[in-house]
Write a protein that binds this ligand. Structure first.
Ligand SMILES: *Cc1c(COP(=O)(O)O)cnc(C)c1O
Length: 368
C-alpha cells in the first residue's frame, strides 16, 4: 500500500501568485483613507476568491479587527483565526442557522424584523443591524429605526449599504441622509456605511467603521484609489504544447479563428472553468516572457490557445493572463468582482510576501 496522495503533492498547471504585502498595503491605505473610522475587511466568498483564511491571517496581523462574511459556513471557516465576535455575517440568521450561529459565536447582521424575531426567540445577544437606505436589497426598513432602537437589543454596529458608491450620482447623498437619520436613534452603537468605493466619497461617509472588500484585493472603482491600490492576484498557467500553423488552419471549437499566415501557437492550461471568461475568446492577452500573446479561437473549459508574436519561437513554461482588474473588467465586460470570485478552485494559491518570479517560470519551452 502506498501513502494516499495529498492534493498538495500533485502539481497544478495553474497557480495564483498572491502578493501578501500588496494586500496589507491596500488595507492600510483604506484604513488611512477612512480617517477617524477604522477599516474592517469583507472576506466573503472565500476572500473574493483569493483564500479567506490566508487573507484573514494577514489582515489580522496587520491590525484589522472587523471581518465580514455572507454565510455562517464562511464564519466557521475563519473562526479559529480571529475572535468570533469580530466576525459579522452579512446575510443575517435564518431559523435553521440559529443553532450553528450560537456555537460559532459570530454576530448576525440582522436584516429584517423576521430575523430580529428569530434572533430574540433563540436568546438574543450581540448583533449588528442592517437598515435599508434606498438599495432595497437586505435591510430593515429605515422608518422602523426608532421602534427597533426602543427594543432592548445588544447592538454592536448599525449599518447600511451604498448602491452606487462607484458613481457620482445623487443616490449617494440620499442614502447618506437616510442613514444619518437611522444612526441618530442609536447613540451607543458603532455606525458603518462605506464599502471600498464609499471610502473615497469622503469623511461624511466614514462614520466609525468602513467595510472595504474589492479594493483590498486590487479592485479600483474610483479615481481616488488609482495609484494607491496595488494588484494582489496574478494568475499563471502552464504551457502544455506549442504548435505551428499554416495559412488556412482553423483554431479551437467552432473554428472561430483561421490562420492567415504561418503562426506559432501555445496551448495553455487555463479555461473558463478557471474564471478566464469565454468573452475573452479572440480577444484577451497574455504576457509570455517579454512579449504579449493574443488569445485566438474560443476559450475552452480547461484550455486557451495563444498566438505567439511573429518570430517568437520559445515561450516560458508559465504564462500570465492579464489580470489588472479595472482593465480586465473593461476588456471582458465582466465586473471586477466577478473576475475575482470566478477564479475557481483549481489554482495553487501561492502567497508570496514579495511578488517575484520563481526560477521555474524563467525556464523556457522551445519549439522542436
Ligand atoms: C460585499 C459588501 C461590502 C464590501 O463591498 P466592496 O464593494 O467589495 O468594497 C461591504 N458591505 C456589504 C454589506 C457587502 O455586502
Amino acid at each position: 500500500m502506498t501513502e494516499p496522495l495529498d492534493l498538495s503533492d500533485i502539481p497544478s498547471p495553474l497557480r495564483l501568485r498572491l502578493d501578501g504585502d500588496a494586500l496589507v498595503h491596500n488595507w492600510r491605505t483604506l484604513n488611512d483613507m477612512s480617517g477617524r473610522a477604522v477599516a474592517g475587511a469583507a472576506v466573503k466568498a472565500n476572500g473574493y476568491g483569493l483564500g479567506a483564511r490566508e487573507v484573514v491571517a494577514r489582515l489580522s496581523a496587520a491590525g484589522c479587527r472587523n471581518f465580514f462574511v455572507a454565510h455562517w459556513r464562511e464564519a466557521a471557516e475563519i473562526a479559529d483565526l480571529v475572535p468570533p465576535a469580530s466576525i459579522s455575517v452579512l446575510n443575517g440568521v435564518l431559523p435553521e442557522e440559529v443553532s450553528a450561529a450560537r456555537r460559532i459565536g459570530a454576530k448576525p447582521v440582522i436584516n429584517s424584523m423576521d430575523q430580529l424575531a428569530t434572533w430574540q426567540a433563540s436568546g438574543g445577544g450581540r448583533c449588528d443591524l442592517m437598515f435599508d437606505s434606498g438599495m432595497n436589497r437586505l435591510g430593515i426598513e429605515d422608518h422602523r429605526a426608532g421602534a427597533v432602537a426602543a427594543m432592548s437589543l445588544d447592538v454592536d454596529t448599525v449599518m447600511s449599504h451604498l448602491a452606487s458608491a462607484d458613481e457620482d450620482v445623487p443616490q449617494n447623498a440620499h442614502q447618506l441622509a437616510r442613514f444619518q437619520a437611522v444612526a441618530s436613534h442609536f447613540p451607543n452603537a458603532r455606525k458603518s456605511l462605506a464599502n471600498s468605493a464609499g471610502i473615497a466619497l469622503g469623511t461624511d461617509y466614514h462614520f466609525d467603521l468602513t467595510r472595504p472588500g474589492l479594493s483590498l484585493y486590487g479592485g479600483i472603482q474610483r479615481k481616488q484609489l488609482e495609484e494607491r491600490i496595488r494588484q494582489v492576484a496574478y494568475p499563471e498557467a502552464r504551457v502544455l504544447q506549442i504548435r505551428d500553423l499554416q495559412p488556412g488552419d482553423k483554431v479551437g471549437y467552432n473554428a472561430t479563428f483561421t490562420a492567415d499566415r504561418p503562426m506559432t501557437v501555445a496551448i495553455t492550461a487555463i479555461g473558463y472553468a478557471d474564471g478566464y471568461t469565454r468573452a475573452l475568446s479572440n480577444h484577451g492577452y497574455f504576457t509570455v516572457g517579454e512579449s504579449q500573446a493574443q488569445v485566438i479561437g474560443f476559450v475552452s473549459m480547461d484550455l486557451c490557445i495563444l498566438a505567439l508574436e511573429d518570430g517568437v519561437r520559445t515561450t516560458p513554461v508559465w504564462v500570465c493572463p492579464r489580470f489588472n482588474l479595472p482593465l480586465s473588467a473593461a476588456a471582458s465586460g465582466r465586473s471586477q468582482y466577478e473576475l475575482l470570485t470566478s477564479l475557481g478552485y483549481r489554482y495553487d494559491r501561492v502567497w508570496l510576501s514579495k511578488a517575484h518570479k520563481t526560477s521555474e517560470s524563467l525556464k523556457s519551452l522551445t519549439i522542436r
